[in-house]
Design a binder for this molecule. Structure first.
Ligand code: ZN
Length: 452
């Protein structure tokens, strides 16, 4: 058994001092507070539970920053998507492996210890299935194994280009399946993660744009107790198209027709009416918010104050991976609220006055639920996934407890992260992945070829 000792740790019960954790088989098997370190203990500063990243398309890390110039008269989500389709038109399994490993390494460096990979790039360059249907799933699993990140693999079902059965576009050929082949793909995905110590599987109907109600009813049960993730109401055009199709809005339709409950994660859910906001909160589903990507794509602002006020569950995701940093996601969420409300500390409450703590607690609880994890923090039986803040970082000087979180989230970010452990194993040191050089070299090689 290995032992880790921290000056301070954030436990589910709150802050504790002089905390000693015993780790066995990747899990916390002993936990004591107010104790001295043993002679062989690894000693650390401030221990936080690693944050779940509930929504990623890892390959998109490779195009980060490439779409930040003015193109069409109206640059928006849809023109960004056209560029994204052109990029993925060239990706081989080796490219997906290299880019995913880089993205996952950066997630660990940035405070995320588990990722929900919303995986839709299934087929070869021509759109034909690989001989091994789970070829791309294997690459993602290999990248997770290589970096050490926890993986919740969410194979995506995609069939049509818009509401009402509009045929898929040529740029979507690598995503497409029918329900029968998708069932086989889910099984191949299950095999892909079988060797990863605590990986799990869910399913992801891409969106109501891409999936018919009949197909949704057929594929949701394939989650077999795992999470069900779907993009919903990210764009106002999507809401308008949904209204034109069925007279209801996407989240309204899902709440009415799809049996949305605590197994579900509605990714974005940006555009909600008051009734949808309270309905989604009451359903027990998690709103998977991706504030940096939503800002980057000009999606809109999620009604977080009303939703959290209605006791809705939320989590954060890095989605397009344009920038990977857990603290910055939480900060962006609060800042969008401040800008629209023209107020400060919008998401804290009279009971939980630290905005950083409120955001972190919410993202830990919702993130665990959305990724099918039983534990939300550093407690007995939980995976020993630990992010250490370096108390010597100048943004944290003189701070303790929740003020450390506010300092990390609002005044520094990944810079304040020292070491990161996954399943009790060191994966990042001085804020850098232990294998960053090799992973970065493979990424560089893939990108130089792709962008040549
Ligand atoms: Zn997405």
């Amino acid at each position: 058994m290995s032992k880790l000792w921290f000056e301070t740790a954030l436990l589910p019960s709150g802050w504790a001092g002089r905390v000693r954790l015993g780790v066995e088989d990747g899990r916390i098997s002993e936990l004591a507070t107010d104790v001295d370190p043993g002679p062989d203990d690894t000693r650390g500063g401030v221990a936080l539970p690693g944050l779940p990243n509930v929504h990623s398309h890892a390959f998109q890390r490779g195009m980060a920053g490439l779409t930040e110039y003015r193109g069409d008269a109206q640059d928006d989500f849809w023109s960004w998507r056209a560029l994204m389709y052109r990029f993925l038109d060239r990706l081989t399994p080796d490219d997906v492996h290299a880019i995913s490993a880089q993205a996952f390494a950066e997630m660990l460096e940035g405070g995320f210890t588990r990722v929900g990979e919303f995986h839709y790039l299934h087929h070869d360059l021509a759109g034909a299935a690989y001989a091994n249907l789970g070829e791309m799933a294997d690459q993602i699993a290999a990248a997770a194994a290589e970096t050490g990140i926890g993986l919740t693999l969410l194979p995506v079902y995609y069939r049509q280009s818009n509401f009402g059965g509009a045929p898929a576009l040529p740029g979507q050929r690598r995503f497409l399946n029918d329900p029968d082949r998708f069932a086989r793909l889910v099984e191949a995905s299950r095999r892909a993660i079988a060797a990863l110590p605590d990986a799990n599987l869910g399913v992801a109907p891409h969106s109501l744009r891409a999936v018919t109600p009949q197909d949704l009813a057929q594929i949701a049960p394939l989650a077999a107790g795992g999470p069900i993730h779907i993009h919903a109401a990210e764009q106002t055009k999507e809401v308008d198209d949904c209204l034109a199709w069925c007279g209801r809005r996407p989240v309204e339709w899902l709440l009415d027709e799809a049996g949305v409950d605590a197994r579900w994660c509605l990714v974005h859910a940006t555009h909600l009416t008051a009734a949808e906001t309270t309905g989604l909160a009451a359903s027990g589903a998690v709103a998977g918010l991706c504030p940096i990507t939503e800002a980057n794509l000009g999606d809109g602002v999620f009604p977080a104050e009303a939703y959290l006020g209605a006791r809705g569950a939320m989590a954060v995701g890095t989605d397009s991976n344009v920038l990977i940093d857990a603290a910055q996601e939480l900060r962006a969420l609060e800042y969008a609220q401040r800008l629209t409300r023209r107020a400060r500390n919008v998401l804290s409450t009279p009971d939980q006055t630290s905005t950083g703590r409120r955001l972190l607690d919410a993202a830990l609880a919702g993130g665990a639920r959305a990724l099918g994890q039983a534990h939300t923090g550093l407690e007995l039986g939980a995976s020993a996934d630990i992010v250490e803040l370096n108390p010597d970082d100048l943004s944290l000087v003189g701070r303790s407890n929740d003020k450390l979180l506010d300092g990390w989230i609002f005044a520094s970010g990944a810079r304040a992260i020292g070491r990161v452990w996954r399943r009790g194993k060191l994966v990042a040191l001085h804020g850098r992945h232990v294998d960053a050089e090799r992973i970065g070299a493979a990424y560089r090689q893939a990108l130089e070829r792709l962008l040549a």
